[in-house]
Design a protein around this ligand. Sequence first.
Ligand code: 5GP
Length: 190
Amino acid sequence: MELLKEKIRTEGKIREGNILKVDNFLNHQMDIKLLNEIGKEFRKRFEGERVDKILTIEASGIGIAAIVSQYFDYIPVVFAKKAASLNLDKEVYETKVQSYTKNKIFNVKVGKDFLNSGEKILVIDDFLANGCAAKGLLDLIHQAGAEAVGVGIVIEKGFQDGRSVLEKEGVRVESLAILDRMENGQVFFK
Ligand code: 5GP
């Protein structure tokens, strides 16, 4: 997706540990026009597929998924929670996710009422690095007896293992921008 790549080239900042910061348009301040184009592109990529719900993970996935939903006939968006919450129902599906950016393991949960057997679920997230977040979401989907239609990623770090981890699970991965490498402050795409 050329518009997204241009945004990454001009506004992305490379940080230590192979982290790409896109706080200017995706992870802190959000460019809603760009997010709408992202929504349209995911719709195109998954055209013809039945999708009942979108599943993402807090926090950065939520805003993206909410806009993507509008291009899938306003289907519900469910976000897995990382934070321990007294409000969360006792009946939950739960899995562990190693956070790439926070270097910490989270217990990630979804209330059992919000993922159901037989549902077709599209996973949406901002980044794919080692695949831990997306793999955790697939685990929640499987626990519920639902089915993953695919994983839609805004920015894939193609030099990490995420894609192969997910493809081993037999799931389709669609990424809108795939990074080949980051060198001397510059981003190169595949
Ligand atoms: P994974 O679980 O695939 O290793 O990492 C994906 C998660 O880590 C995403 O949900 C994203 O929030 C975060 N992440 C991984 N790499 C980056 C990065 O380079 N930049 C930013 N902003 N987030 C990242």
